[in-house]
Every structure is written in C-alpha cells, then in structure tokens.
Design a binder for this molecule. Structure first.
Ligand code: UDP
Ligand code: MN
Length: 296
C-alpha cells in the first residue's frame, strides 16, 4: 500500500526517486523506436499510476465474448478479474453471448457491473473470433462511448492470476504474443499472401501481436476494429481469409498505426510454454482447453 504522510494539511505520497543512471530492467526492451513503453514488471509504480487515474475518475470497459460452449469460461474469468483487474477503479464487464441464460450470477465489488449483450453466433469458430471486431466497433459508438473511457478487449478462455491495472491504459495498446516475443521477423506468422488485406511483406513488421488482448480509448478502439472488420469484409468478397483470422488483421493495423503502449508477455501467457527468467509475473494466463471439443 502507498505510503502517505499528512504535512501542514497536505496529503503527500512518498516513494523512491527514479534513478536516471540505474534503469530497473536491462534484460528486456522497455520502449519501442516510436517511443511507446513496453510494460514489464519493475518499470512502473502502481501507487503513482493509481493515484493519477483515480483523480481522473477513469471508467474501464472489459469486453469478452462467450459464444456457444465458451460460456463455461465466464465464471472463472469474472471471478479472477474481481481479484486482479483494475481493483479500486470503475469497471464494466461487457459479456457478448448467444446464451445469456448460461451466464452465472456473480457478486461484484462496488463500482463494478456486468452487462450481458445478447448477440447471434456464427457457425465456424474462425468467424466467431473474427466477428468480434464488428461487434466491438458497433457498440463503441452506440454504447461504450457513453459509459466508459477505455476499452480492454480480451479472450474469455483466460484467467487473471496477478494484477492487471491502469498501467496498461493508453490511447491504443497491443500485447506481445507469448509464442513469438523472441522471434525474428521472418518467423512471425503474419499473413504472407499479397492478395489478402492482412498481407505484411517479409522485411516489415515490429512485433507479433496477440489477437486476444488489445484496447485503448473508445475512439481508437473504434478505428482499430473498423479497420479490421472492413479488411475482413474485403477479403471475404475475394474468397480469402487471413491465416490467423482477426489476429492477422490486427497485426496489419498495428504495423501502420503504431500502438502507443505495448503489454509484455506478463499480460498474456500460456503455462504450457514454461516460465522464462524474464517473466517475473504471470498476470493473465490461458485456461487449457480441448480445441476440438470446445469449438464444435
Ligand atoms: N469464441 C467464442 N466461441 C467460440 C469460439 C471463440 O466465444 O465458439 C471467442 C472466445 O472469446 C475466445 C475467442 O473467441 O476466447 C478466440 O477463440 P479461441 O480462444 O478459441 O482462440 P485461441 O486463443 O485458441 O487462438
Ligand atoms: Mn483464446
């Protein structure tokens, strides 16, 4: 907890001074060439950030899709979010589902609410995944803009296991994919067919971003999701679908619209990859699933 002292009627927060000549992390990249921070444990002080965002009265929307059998993930997702996601801030959970009756009743902390959004499902799991862009886009201008300041858009087959707070917030942010943080460009699984709107040439690309965790202000998320949805629709007209679906279009977007912040692998980890030395916290981890059984 932050250390406060009252001095002559003024509340002051005391914390160690940043050390210009002693950077907290030297084992990982902490800033991009376009000066966007990459968020790693040790690089920030939550007390300073929380005080700043509480003063602004920030409201955060967390969107998640639970279509068909994926409703089984909702309980753990929300329960662990109550423990670790933006604790102390105002949070709206937006759960898009075709099975509203399967969404459990969960008691939430003060200042937090769950909004169930009844939507149609699609037959193919790829289409379910991709259509998230359209559904987030549509509600951004119809609803989210009136209710929250930032949107955080994530996969539902996940659980929080450590703090995810306001350090992630920025105009538009993406997350390093846990499978490719050490890879070179050529190994990124970008869409490589020039016919696709998601095409990225072999000699371009900064990072391989994960489809399962992005966000930003409502306006920036609107622009991102609108771009991705339109690119998908253009490809659909030409009977082509990008190799990794929404993730491929997201990577295309971030190449030419640079994110203003990037979340490290702490924010999207899969324990089947083990625990590398540089990974000090595992904040949001995949829940193991049987792909065949859950998608069909
Ligand atoms: N999803 C869903 N129902 C489905 C398939 C996918 O709700 O039948 C949503 C769900 O939010 C899921 C996301 O789409 O987390 C992405 O799919 P998935 O997690 O299966 O992709 P992976 O993480 O395995 O690449
Ligand atoms: Mn997933």
């Amino acid at each position: 907890n932050p250390k406060y002292v009252i001095y002559c009627g003024t509340k002051r927060m005391l914390y160690p001074k940043p050390e210009t000549l002693n950077p907290p992390r030297t084992d990982v990249l902490t800033i991009t060439p376009w000066f966007a921070p990459i968020v790693w444990n040790g690089m920030y002080n939550s007390d300073i950030l929380n005080a700043h965002f509480l003063q602004r009265g920030v409201r955060i929307g967390l969107t998640v899709f639970a279509i068909k059998k994926y409703t089984v993930f909702v309980k753990t997702f929300i329960e662990t979010a109550e423990k670790f996601f933006m604790v102390g801030h105002r949070v709206n959970y937006y759960v898009y589902t075709d099975r509203p009756n399967d969404i459990p009743n969960i008691t939430l902390a003060e200042g937090r609410q769950l909004v169930i959004l009844n939507v149609p499902s699609y037959q193919r799991w790829q289409e379910v995944s991709m259509r998230r862009m359209e559904m987030i886009r549509d509600l951004s201008h119809q609803r989210f803009n009136k209710e929250v300041d930032y949107l955080v858009c994530v996969d539902v087959d996940m659980q929080f296991s450590d703090e995810v707070g306001v350090e992630i917030l920025s105009d538009v942010f993406g997350t390093l994919h846990p499978g490719f943080y050490g890879s070179d460009r050529q190994s990124f699984t970008y869409e490589r067919r020039p016919e696709s709107q998601a095409f990225i040439p072999a000699d371009e690309g900064d990072f391989y971003y994960a489809g399962g965790f992005f966000g930003g202000t409502i306006e920036e998320v609107y622009k991102l999701t609108d771009f991705c949805h339109n690119a998908m629709m253009t490809d659909k007209e030409h009977n082509i679908e990008a190799i990794w679906h929404d993730e491929s279009y997201l990577n295309k977007y971030f190449l030419y619209h640079k994110p203003t912040k990037i979340l490290s692998i702490e924010y999207l980890w899969d324990n089947s990859f083990g625990v590398p030395d540089l990974l000090k916290r595992r904040r949001f981890v995949a829940v193991p699933k049987n792909h065949e059984a859950i998608r069909n």
